[in-house]
Design a protein. Structure first.
Length: 325
C-alpha cells in the first residue's frame, strides 16, 4: 500500500540537494525493427514502496489538464505540457508550462498542431532547454514525428511538417519520447500497423541527430487500462495507466492508477501493475505523466503526475518514489 508524505519546508532544496537547435529538414528512417545490442542490467524502482509529495494543486498557464511533464536536470526547471484552452482534442495544440521545483508557474510556450503530449523530454542546452516532442499531428491528434524545439517563453510556434522533423523508426506512424537523465538514454514509444513498440537509444543519438540502430526494440507488453505516460530508468521502462475519479471527481475508493515496470532487454513485465494511492485525497486526480530525475545528492526518483482540481481550473500535482531494488 502506498502512502503520501509531505516534504520539508523547502521543496526546492530537497529536490536539488536531496538530489537550440533548429529543425533538420529531413525525415530519417534509420531505425531497425529489432535490437542489435542489450542494455546492462540496473536497479529498478520498487513500485510497492511509499510515494512522497513534490507539490499539489499548482496553477498552470491555462485551465485544462496536464498531459505529461519533463525535467531539465541541469538548469533545474520543470516543464508541464497541458492541453490548449479553446482547442479541440484532435488539434494537437499544447501549452508548455515552465515551472520551478516548488511548482511555481514561470512562463509558457504554445505549440500548435504538435500532438497529444503523452510524453516528451527536456534536454539541457546551455542555459536554456531543448524540448524533444512529437509534432505534425494526425487526424487523431497524435504526432507523426519528433522535433527538437528550443523553449522560448511567451511565444507560439506552429508544428513543422513530418518531413522537416525526425522519424527514427522506418514505417512508424506515431511517436513520443522520454529521457533517462541518469543513464543518458532516450526511450521512444511508436505505433506500427501491428501495435505499439518501444525503442531505446543513447541520448547522443538525439543530441547529434544520428539515430542508427536502437539499443533495444520490443513490442510493448499488453497492460490493461488507459495509457497515461511512461519513463525510462536504466534497464527498466515504467508505464502509467488509469483514469480520473468518476462522477464529479470526488475521491472514490482507491482509484485505478497503476504503475508497471518492464525489463527492456526482454520486453516483459517485471513488477505490477501496482496500484498507487499517491494524492488519493485530491479532487479529480487523473494520472498524467511519468519522469525520472536524480537529485544533486544522487538519489534517483520516479515522478508520477496527476491532473487535479475542478472543471475550468485544473491543477498540476506531482509525487515521487525513491526506493530502488
Amino acid at each position: 500500500m502506498n502512502r503520501t508524505a509531505g516534504l520539508p519546508l523547502s521543496r526546492r532544496g530537497l529536490i536539488r540537494t536531496g538530489a537550440g537547435a533548429s529543425l533538420a529538414a529531413l525525415g530519417l528512417g534509420l531505425g531497425a525493427p529489432s535490437a542489435s545490442a542489450a542494455v546492462s542490467g540496473t536497479q529498478r524502482f520498487d513500485l510497492t514502496q511509499p510515494s512522497y509529495d513534490l507539490f499539489r494543486d499548482k496553477d498552470t498557464h491555462g485551465p485544462r489538464v496536464q498531459q505529461s511533464f519533463a525535467f531539465d536536470w541541469v538548469n533545474k526547471f520543470l516543464y508541464v505540457a497541458t492541453k490548449r484552452d479553446g482547442s479541440s482534442e484532435s488539434a494537437g495544440d499544447l501549452c508548455i508550462n515552465k515551472m520551478d521545483f516548488d511548482g511555481n508557474y514561470l512562463s509558457y510556450m504554445h505549440l500548435d498542431g504538435f500532438g497529444h503530449g503523452v510524453a516528451f523530454a527536456a534536454l539541457p542546452d546551455g542555459s536554456g532547454t531543448e524540448l524533444w516532442i512529437e509534432c505534425a499531428t494526425n487526424t487523431n491528434g497524435y504526432g507523426t514525428a519528433l522535433a527538437p524545439i528550443r523553449y522560448t517563453p511567451n511565444t507560439t510556434l506552429g508544428s513543422p511538417a513530418a518531413s522537416a522533423a525526425f522519424q527514427p523508426i522506418s514505417g512508424a506512424s506515431e511517436y513520443t519520447c522520454s529521457v533517462d537523465p541518469v543513464y543518458q538514454r532516450m526511450i521512444v514509444r511508436y505505433h506500427t500497423s501491428a501495435g505499439k513498440r518501444v525503442a531505446v537509444y543513447p541520448l547522443s543519438a538525439f543530441q547529434n541527430r544520428t539515430f542508427g540502430t536502437p539499443l533495444v526494440d520490443f513490442k510493448q507488453p499488453a497492460i490493461a487500462g488507459t495509457a497515461q505516460g511512461y519513463a525510462l530508468y536504466g534497464s527498466y521502462m515504467y508505464f502509467l495507466t488509469g483514469d480520473a475519479y468518476p462522477g464529479d471527481g470526488t475521491p472514490t475508493g482507491d482509484g485505478n492508477t497503476y504503475v508497471t515496470s518492464i525489463d527492456i532487454n526482454t520486453g516483459t513485465v517485471t513488477q505490477g501493475p501496482v496500484l498507487t494511492k499517491a494524492g488519493s485525497t485530491l479532487h479529480f486526480r487523473e494520472p498524467e505523466g511519468l519522469a525520472v530525475y536524480r537529485t544533486d545528492a544522487g538519489e534517483a526518483r520516479l515522478f508520477i503526475g496527476f491532473a487535479t482540481g475542478y472543471e475550468g481550473d485544473r491543477r498540476s500535482s506531482i509525487f515521487y518514489k525513491n526506493a530502488l531494488v
